[in-house]
Write a protein that binds this ligand. Structure first.
Ligand SMILES: Cc1cc2nc3c(=O)[nH]c(=O)nc-3n(C[C@H](O)[C@H](O)[C@H](O)COP(=O)(O)OP(=O)(O)OC[C@H]3O[C@@H](n4cnc5c(N)ncnc54)[C@H](O)[C@@H]3O)c2cc1C
Ligand code: SF4
Length: 533
């Protein structure tokens, strides 16, 4: 058996610093390891069940974290760094990060702890508490896997009445000289959205390059077996596991994306097609969030491709906007709004998440495709998350906290700092417009325009009532009816409300009745809660 907990390098008899490396901090260059002294310091890593069960994590998500951690541990040992590593299946595993850290402190008696700022608010609180209880100084360092610090975002936010991605993104482009010609944006504009976001047309996607996937090595195979046994009841499968789990693999995936997919990234950024999960997306979020890649090298690789004439500006700007813009923006929102942000529910949505989100067992073709692919690979691209699974939950009126739990469970890239603002803020409008200027709502016609899903569906996106009515279309009008008073205050909703005003009283009543029946059916088919391990 490949045992990641073998202490190959002897631990120092007197430990100066215990350097905490969390499962999503897998970079030898991380700030916590900057002044590491192998003669006196020890790296501490722990696999604990709580991180997979507190949120009912999908097998793909659990496996990607565990195997990436074990591969990183191998790297540390190869470099002869003293390491104390607890495996999930170790007999005396205490099950939580806090308890494992206490155990390590009792064993090694370090004089202090070093930690790169964690992604999760909860994890930071729990590790801080342990440090305080043991009266140990905690040296908390900035995470250098972002262009900005949370302090910079807080300063930006303080000077504005309203937060918007666009201003923050422009500030970062200027500050870091990304896609700039002196003081001006390259190409004379900041945004090329108008050139991007086409659908595939009737012919569908043509010659999409295969994704860069990796055959599981023995270490990963061992983790897959462990997850299949220990977390058997958790959602999803591991048959197709192929994520990059080392820095070398992540770099390989990055280079393949830049060469093969980036040129068409922007054009088909929002397009969907049945049975085509990967399309022209990068599939790099997981490697970025585990810190196998630094966003600087990803952004620079994309900019270099543009400057070398290998990818058009619209595609490159669209891609860089996601990383330099959205990724930094959501992190700033998370850390400046937590912990209150978790409880926000601006639309007072109280419905439960339908049971079939955990199985894909629904007759709505778009949802079936997005959910089944999610359970198979732990992946769906942005528009599937926002305008298929997210949109349906928003229109149905599911409580944002239940939607948050699902997104945090099922994706390989799910870490709370990035998942929560995207789900509760962008997708569910739970923060009432702090993050985005209006709710992302549309009828089934949007999905029809951007995909071929409706062709294979028993519903008709043009119908809002009757047996063939598309649930999205029914629920879209019902959403506008239910929230009309609130939405009237938002100038960006004016066009949608103008269209609503064309519906007479009986038409509104029929939509409301159909929506109520649909809602009732989804709730009665709900199992109570996901089973817990
Ligand atoms: C409801 C919802 C939940 C989401 N949950 C997560 C999550 O848990 N983890 C996560 O990393 N992303 C999340 N996103 C953002 C986005 O959907 C994913 O980053 C993206 O789909 C990952 O696929 P990709 O690597 O192929 O991305 P690409 O389409 O190739 O985009 C490139 C990169 O840009 C970054 N990015 C793109 N959009 C966003 C965004 N809105 N916020 C932050 N970074 C972004 C990612 O690092 C991504 O790898 C969520 C979006 C929504 C609407
Ligand atoms: S008709 Fe409605 S439910 Fe069916 S695929 Fe289209 S949008 Fe989805």
């Amino acid at each position: 058996m490949t045992n990641a907990s073998n202490a190959v390098v002897a631990l120092p008899s007197r430990v100066r610093k215990l350097v905490i490396v969390l499962g999503d901090q897998l970079d030898l260059q991380s700030s916590a390891l900057q002044d590491f002294d192998a003669a006196q310091d020890v790296v501490w890593m722990a696999e604990v069940a709580e991180e997979s069960t507190l949120t009912w994590s999908a097998k793909q998500r659990i496996a990607v974290f565990l195997t990436a951690m074990r591969h990183f541990a191998q790297e540390l040992r190869a470099r002869r760094l003293p390491l104390l590593y607890t495996q999930l299946d170790d007999a005396d595993n205490q099950g939580t990060l806090a308890l494992e850290l206490r155990k390590a402190i009792a064993q090694l008696k370090p004089s202090g702890l070093i930690l790169t700022a964690p992604g999760d608010w909860r994890v930071l609180q729990s590790l801080r508490t342990v440090a305080t209880q043991h009266q140990l100084p905690l040296d908390l360092r900035d995470d250098t896997h972002f262009f900005s610090t949370v302090r910079e975002f807080a300063a930006h936010a303080k000077s504005r009445k309203q937060l918007r991605l666009e201003y923050w993104y422009r500030e970062l482009r200027q500050k870091h000289g990304i896609l700039m010609d002196g003081k001006d944006p390259v190409g004379g504009q900041w945004n090329f959205d108008a050139d991007n976001r086409e659908s595939f047309g009737k012919a569908g996607p043509q010659d999409v390059p295969p994704p860069t996937r990796f055959v599981p090595d023995p270490l990963t195979q061992e983790v897959i077996a462990l997850v299949n046994t220990r977390f058997a009841s958790h959602p999803g499968t591991l048959h197709s596991f192929g994520w990059p789990v080392t820095r070398t693999q992540a770099l390989q995936a990055l280079h393949a994306f830049i060469q093969q997919r980036l040129p068409l990234f922007g054009q088909f950024e929002d397009a969907m097609w049945t049975g085509e999960p990967w399309l022209y997306h990068s599939h790099l979020s997981c490697a970025l969030n585990l810190k196998l890649l630094n966003p600087r090298e990803v952004v620079h690789a994309a900019e270099d491709a543009y400057r070398a004439g290998q990818a058009p500006l619209a595609a490159v700007e669209g891609f860089i906007r996601q990383i330099l813009g959205w990724r930094e923006y959501v992190r700033g929102i998370y850390w400046t709004q937590m912990p209150e942000y978790l409880e926000r529910n601006a639309l007072s949505a109280e419905a439960e998440l339908p049971a079939w989100y955990w199985t894909g067992d629904t007759d709505m073709a778009c949802l079936k495709d997005a959910i089944c692919q999610t359970l198979e690979h732990g992946y769906a691209h942005h528009i599937q998350r926002l305008m298929v699974t997210g949109l349906y939950a928003l229109l149905l009126g599911v409580k944002p906290q239940a939607v948050h739990t699902w997104y945090l469970s099922v994706y390989v890239d799910a870490v709370e700092w990035v998942e929560l603002p995207n789900t509760l803020g962008m997708s569910q409008f739970g923060d009432g417009g702090l993050m985005t200027s209006k709710p992302y709502v549309a009828s089934g016609k949007y999905i029809q325009r951007m995909s071929n899903h409706c062709k294979g569906c028993k519903y008709d996106p043009a119908q809002s009532t009757g047996a063939a009515a598309c649930p999205y279309t029914t629920l879209y009008w019902d959403f506008l009816i239910r929230h009309e008073l609130l939405l009237k205050k938002n100038p960006r909703m004016a066009m949608q409300l103008k269209n609503l005003a064309r519906l007479d009283g009986p038409a509104r009543d029929a939509i409301s009745r159909q929506a109520a029946t649909h809602r009732l059916l989804q709730q009665t088919e709900r199992p109570q809660t996901p089973p817990q391990t």
